[in-house]
Every structure is written in structure tokens, then in C-alpha cells.
Design a protein around this ligand. Structure first.
Ligand code: FE2
Ligand code: FE2
Length: 377
């Protein structure tokens, strides 16, 4: 006689319920705009931005100084090496209910944030290709090819979300997300860095999971090697574009702006990742990962930017860690039930302390790449 048979009816039902709770996956709780369609995550300073720019100014750009290099990169993108890469294979043909609820929740957040940032690239590049079509055909074609790749990336990520019972309504996102206006030169600095940091992030995750396949919880990571080559080419396109406008790279103001965007892009990733559980799921140390990605992206940026940050300075990451601690304090405050006005007042010293630390990082002596004699740039 089994133990279950000795139980009374109500006890028996209780046991069955408990077993059912263990075996039936709990759906991660997300707000939905309609069944199966996730409400986009709340926009904050650190969530992916959507950009718009001065299309007229962009259309008038004379590319003659570096037209050959730009044409060569566009020719390479026309070949479309990844045309058949983003095809879901049999590895996706199963359910993912065995992944614990909390892990699934974190993973869905990662997919959403990645999909939103890929889609943001798609929207900007598509709009640029449309607006420049008759006025600057070479640039228009470049942007059209970039938007082709980003559409694939965003679509692939959105499809992955649907494996977890949710997806993003990209039309809804287009209409409801806020757009940040940047002059073309700021688009170049920031998008160049986003593409290159994207490249380093994807390749580092791919390499880590190749070495530790037991942490590959979902097959999308198999695709990151060729995927990151798209991002690398996109970064090269902006590299060539900036070189066609030497005034964006060779004066005092250019140096100040490059410093600003390097710090903005690095700090955004570093702070955001300190509050993410995603890397732990993959068996990675997120701080180590971010440091490596920042060091590599900084080195890469030195090929085109006149200046890079001294990220190897012994105080650089310790100061960034203190900023991250301030940021976590602000996140905790946002979750608290304290009245809004009181929260704002209580947060003022933390915001000021964070601002001072970021200023210290900005004022750290940078590395002037124009003075690096004998370095191939
Ligand atoms: Fe992409
Ligand atoms: Fe890209």
C-alpha cells in the first residue's frame, strides 16, 4: 500500500494540488496590452531609445572625402552574408516550460530589451533610407541595408519571445515610444558606439557559451556569432561615414563630444547590467563581462575617435561601481511606497553624488589617439 492510499480524501487532494503546482509552470507575470502581447517596459534613462534627426542636414552631406571606403562597405553589405542565417531550426521545436519561472521572467526581459534596441535601429535606418532616397542615394542605400539587418534581428528576437507566450506589438511600440532628437553628428557618435558595443557583447556571450554549453538555456545564442558580424559591419559603416566628415573628428569640440558619448554609452550599460540577473543565468560574472566589453569597445573606438577614455586607470571602474551603487539606491527608492514628492527630496543627495562621480570620470585625462605615433588607425 502506498503512502498516498493511506491519506484521507482532502489530504489526497492537497497532495495532488502540490504536485500539479510543481509540474505546471507558472507564467511569468507581465502586463499585457492584449492576450499574448506584452505591454512595453516602462521607459527610463537607461532603456533603449528611439532616435530621429535632421534629415535635411544628413541629405546635404558631401561624402567625397571617403566615398570609396563607404562604397566598399555598402558593397559588402549588399552581398548579404547572413541572408540564410536567421532561420529557426529543430533546436527551437520544444517547449521551454522546464525553465523556472523567475529565470523565464529575466530571460523575457532580456529578449524584450534586445528586440527594442534592434527595432530602434531599424526605425531610424529605415526612415533615413526613405528620406535620403532621392537626395543622397549612396547614404540611402547604406541605411536601407542596415535596416534590412536590424529588421531581421528584431524579428528573430520577437519570435523568440513568442516561444515564451509573449511578443511585442512593434507597430504599437512605434507609435507610443518617445523619440529623442539628435543632430546627425550625435547620431554618428552614439550609434557607432552602440553598434560596436553590440558587437562585443554578442561575441563575448557567444564565446562564453561555446566554452560553457551547459549554460546555454535557449538556442538563440547559437546565432550570435554571425549576428555580431552584422553589428560589426554596421559600426564600420558609421566609422567610414564619420571619416567622410573630418570636422567631426579633428577639432577640440569633437574630442569633448567623443569623450561624452564614450562615457554615456559605457555608463548606461554598466549601470543597467548591475541590476540584471540575466548574466547569472548564463553562468557569467556580469561585472567582469562589462569591463571586458568596455575595454574592447574603447580600443575599437580608438581607430576612429580622436580620443578614448583611460579605462585602465585604477580608479575608472571603482568610481563606476560607486555610481552603480547610487543607481541601485535610486531603483530601490522607485520600488518603495514612500510618497512621490518625499522620494524626490530623499533622492536628491544620491542623484548629486552620482552626477559628481560621472563628472569625475568625464574629467579623467583621456588618451589622445591623434598623438599615437606609428599606430594604424
Ligand atoms: Fe542588430
Ligand atoms: Fe546594428
Amino acid at each position: 500500500m502506498t503512502g498516498l492510499c493511506r491519506l484521507g480524501r482532502s489530504q489526497y487532494e492537497l497532495v495532488i494540488k502540490k504536485i500539479a503546482m510543481v509540474n505546471t509552470p507558472t507564467k511569468p507575470s507581465f502586463d499585457e496590452i492584449r492576450p499574448g502581447v506584452k505591454r512595453p517596459a516602462k521607459e527610463t534613462l537607461l532603456t533603449p531609445r528611439f532616435y530621429t534627426t535632421d534629415f535635411e542636414e544628413m541629405a546635404k552631406m558631401d561624402l567625397a572625402v571617403n566615398e570609396d571606403e563607404l562604397s566598399a562597405i555598402i558593397e559588402e553589405m549588399r552581398v548579404d552574408y547572413n541572408r540564410n542565417h536567421f532561420v529557426r531550426d529543430e533546436k527551437f521545436d520544444r517547449t521551454w516550460d522546464d525553465i523556472p519561472t523567475e529565470t523565464r521572467q529575466t530571460f523575457i526581459e532580456f529578449l524584450e530589451s534586445s528586440c527594442t534596441s534592434e527595432f530602434s535601429g531599424f526605425l531610424l535606418y529605415k526612415e533615413l533610407s526613405r528620406k535620403l532616397k532621392n537626395k543622397n542615394p549612396l547614404l540611402a542605400e547604406g541605411f536601407s541595408l542596415l535596416s534590412r539587418d536590424e529588421a531581421r534581428h528584431a524579428g528573430f528576437l520577437n519570435k523568440a519571445m513568442s516561444d515564451f507566450g509573449l511578443s511585442l506589438d512593434l507597430g504599437f511600440l512605434t507609435k507610443t515610444h518617445n523619440y529623442t532628437f539628435f543632430k546627425p553628428k550625435f547620431i554618428f557618435y552614439s550609434v557607432y558606439l552602440s553598434e560596436k558595443i553590440g558587437y562585443w557583447r554578442y561575441i563575448k556571450i557567444f564565446q562564453h557559451l561555446e566554452a560553457n554549453p551547459e549554460h546555454r538555456i535557449y538556442p538563440i545564442f547559437h546565432f550570435f556569432d554571425n549576428w555580431c558580424q552584422d553589428e560589426n559591419r554596421h559600426g564600420d559603416f558609421f566609422d567610414a561615414l564619420m571619416r567622410s566628415q573630418p570636422q567631426l573628428l579633428n577639432d577640440f569640440r569633437a574630442k569633448l563630444w567623443c569623450r561624452f558619448f564614450l562615457l554615456a554609452v559605457f555608463a548606461t550599460m554598466y549601470l543597467r547590467d548591475r541590476s540584471s540577473k540575466f548574466y547569472g543565468i548564463l553562468g557569467m560574472d556580469s561585472r567582469e563581462f562589462d569591463i571586458e566589453v568596455i575595454q574592447e569597445t574603447n580600443k575599437t573606438a580608438g581607430r576612429v575617435f580622436p580620443i578614448v577614455l583611460d579605462v585602465d586607470h585604477p580608479k575608472f571602474f571603482p568610481i563606476l561601481d560607486k555610481c552603480a551603487a547610487d543607481y541601485l539606491k535610486l531603483l530601490a527608492s522607485a520600488e518603495s511606497t514612500t510618497p512621490k514628492l518625499l522620494k524626490k527630496i530623499q533622492n536628491l543627495p544620491t542623484i548629486a553624488s552620482m552626477g559628481v562621480k560621472l563628472l569625475r570620470l568625464y574629467l579623467m585625462k583621456p588618451i589622445d589617439m591623434t598623438k599615437q605615433a606609428g599606430v594604424v588607425r
